[in-house]
Write a protein that binds this ligand. Structure first.
Ligand code: GUN
Length: 279
């Protein structure tokens, strides 16, 4: 029997823990405030931003919303971030990605003060992750580690394969698994014999960005499968990078979509908001 890794339940536990921390900090006179910037009206981003603000409300973190027009000039966005960096009431800053093509995403990420970088995307945060220094961790990869730990899945010494090499998920997930003493392989769109590689994995992290891409023939019998993807199938149902029904029977544990990694990203963001307020 495969274990269904319940990300919704684990995320709810973490949010409750954060809620307690926020209350304690309030008792010490520390207030946490997250500034959320959205540029344009991408429907998926709107849903993510709404869920992040709802989570803030639940745990007792104040959130400030900045909804900028799709055509906003890059300088205007950078000026807003600089103003929020200087604002001592604001303890965390999040710019929802992706940004419109005329805005340099890397420049925007670099402009956020590393102390307020609750997404963990700033080069200072990723550099610290790389050399094993304490810092703010990217939320989705941190959520993957937390899911594994809280599901009783040992990571140390395991063969882990991460499919995908994005700055947001693939690369930091690989670094975090390495930090947990796994043996890590990063595979990607140019990897030769991908199935050969993924079939070696005790823990397979799918961050491919293609719906239902990982089928049973990519998976070793008894593997743990973590699905980072979120897409809509032809019938408009949510699905992941993993063909869940096809793969499930072969796994020892698997995350569903929805209700797997997704809720963890927001729970870990709440945790980062608390950590940033201590800086
Ligand atoms: N777009 C997709 N995932 C994320 C995320 O974790 N943070 C931000 N800011 N934008 C995203």
């Amino acid at each position: 029997m495969s274990q269904l890794i319940d990300g919704k339940k684990i995320a709810a536990q973490i949010k409750d823990e954060v809620k307690c921390d926020v209350e304690k900090l309030r008792g010490q006179g520390i207030r946490i405030c997250l500034a959320v910037i959205q540029v344009g009206k991408d429907p998926a981003s709107t849903v993510y931003v709404r869920n992040k603000k709802r989570a803030c409300e639940y745990v007792g973190i104040e959130s400030l919303s900045y909804e900028l027009d799709e055509t906003v000039a890059e300088e205007e966005l950078l000026a807003l971030i600089e103003e929020l960096n200087r604002n001592s009431k604001v303890t965390g800053i999040l710019v929802q990605l992706p940004l419109p093509g005329h805005i340099d995403e890397k420049k925007v990420i670099r402009t956020i003060s590393p102390d307020k970088d609750v997404d963990g995307f700033h080069p200072e945060s990723t550099g610290k992750l790389c050399i094993g220094e304490k810092g703010l961790l990217p939320c989705t990869p941190a959520g993957i580690i937390e899911l594994l730990k809280r599901s009783g899945i040992q990571v140390g010494g395991k063969e882990c394969v991460v499919v995908g090499r994005s700055n947001i998920v693939g690369k930091p997930a690989a670094l975090l698994l390495l930090r947990e003493n796994a043996t890590v392989t990063v595979a990607h769109s140019r990897t030769k014999d991908l199935k050969e590689i993924t079939r070696r994995a005790d823990i397979l992290v799918a961050a491919v960005g293609k719906p239902l891409f990982i089928t049973a023939d990519y998976v070793k019998e008894g593997a743990v499968v973590i699905d980072v993807g979120i897409h809509r199938d032809e019938e408009n149902h949510l699905c992941g990078d993993v063909d869940f029904e096809n793969v499930k029977g072969k796994t020892s544990a698997i995350t569903p979509v929805p209700g797997g990694v997704g809720p963890m990203t927001i729970a870990m963001l709440m945790r980062n908001c608390v950590a940033a307020s201590q800086k």
